[in-house]
Design a binder for this molecule. Structure first.
Ligand code: ADP
Ligand code: 5GP
Length: 201
C-alpha cells in the first residue's frame, strides 16, 4: 500500500485555509482533514470532535508529555496540537492527510516527517486579509487586531515553505493546491510498487 501524502496548509487567519480545505475534501472525500486539540474555548456553533477536540490545559500538557502530539504550538494565548495516531493510521491506509496548522507547527511537522509537504496560503493583499477577517464576523475588533498582528509575523515565514499559493480567486487557489497534492504523489520516491522493486533484484 502506498502511504497517503501529508499536506500542511498554513497562512494567516482569514486567508481562506478552512474554505480551501473544505473544497478539497469535497473534490476527494478520501482526504482526511486532521482534527486538532485546543485549549481555546469553543466558538458558537463549534462542536466537540468536529472543528476541534476541546481540552483543558492540564489534559493538553499530559498528551504532550505522553508523546501523543505530532506537533504543537501556542497561538493567541491558547495551545493547539495535532493528535499523532489518526495521522499515522490514515496515511498508512493510503489516505492523504491535511493539517491546517500554524507556521510553528508546520515546521515541526517537516522536521518530524521529512516527506510532508508544506503549502503557505497568501492573501492577495494585507487589506484584503483584513476585510475577509471582518466579513467572516467570527471575531470582535480586538481579536481581529490580534490576528492581524500575528499575520504580519507569519507572513515573514512563507519562504520557508515548499509552496506558496495566493488565494485571490477561490477556485484558482483550490485548483493550485490540488495540483500540488497530485504532482507530489507522482514523485518517484512515492511509488513503492513491489513489482518494480523486484525488477531491480
Ligand atoms: P482561515 O481558515 O484561513 O482563517 P476562512 O476559510 O475562514 O479563513 O476564510 C475567511 C473568510 O474569507 C471567509 O468568510 C471565507 O468565506 C472568505 N474567503 C475565503 N476565500 C476567499 C476568496 N478567495 N475570496 C473572497 N473571500 C474568501
Ligand atoms: P482558530 O482559533 O482560529 O481556530 O485557529 C487559530 C490558529 O491556530 C490558526 O492559525 C490555525 O491554523 C492554528 N491551528 C489550529 N490547529 C492547530 C494545530 O493543531 N497545531 C498548530 N500548530 N496550529 C493550529
Amino acid at each position: 500500500m502506498i502511504p497517503g501524502l501529508l499536506l500542511v496548509i498554513s497562512g494567516p487567519s482569514g486567508v481562506g485555509k478552512g474554505t480551501i480545505c473544505a473544497r478539497l475534501k469535497t473534490m476527494d472525500p478520501t482526504i482526511h482533514l486532521s482534527i486538532s486539540m485546543t485549549t481555546r474555548p469553543p466558538r458558537e456553533g463549534e462542536e466537540e470532535g468536529r472543528e476541534y477536540f476541546f481540552v483543558s490545559e492540564a489534559r493538553f500538557q499530559e498528551l504532550l508529555k505522553q508523546g501523543e502530539l505530532l506537533e504543537w504550538a501556542r497561538v493567541y494565548d491558547f495551545y493547539y496540537g495535532t493528535p499523532k495516531k489518526p495521522v499515522m493510521e490514515m496515511r498508512a491506509a493510503g489516505r492523504d492527510v491535511i493539517l491546517e496548522i500554524d507556521v510553528q507547527g508546520g515546521l515541526q511537522v517537516k522536521a518530524n516527517c521529512p516527506d510532508s509537504i508544506l503549502v503557505f496560503v497568501l492573501p492577495p493583499s494585507f487589506d484584503e486579509l483584513a476585510s475577509r477577517l471582518q466579513s467572516r464576523g467570527t471575531e470582535g475588533a480586538e481579536a481581529i487586531a490580534t490576528r492581524l498582528r500575528w499575520a504580519r509575523e507569519e507572513l515573514r515565514s512563507f519562504r520557508r515553505y515548499d509552496y506558496a499559493v495566493v488565494n485571490d480567486t477561490l477556485e484558482e487557489a483550490v485548483r493550485k493546491v490540488n495540483a500540488i497534492r497530485v504532482a507530489e504523489k507522482c514523485r518517484p520516491s512515492f511509488h513503492g510498487l513491489a513489482w518494480l522493486d523486484s525488477l531491480e533484484e
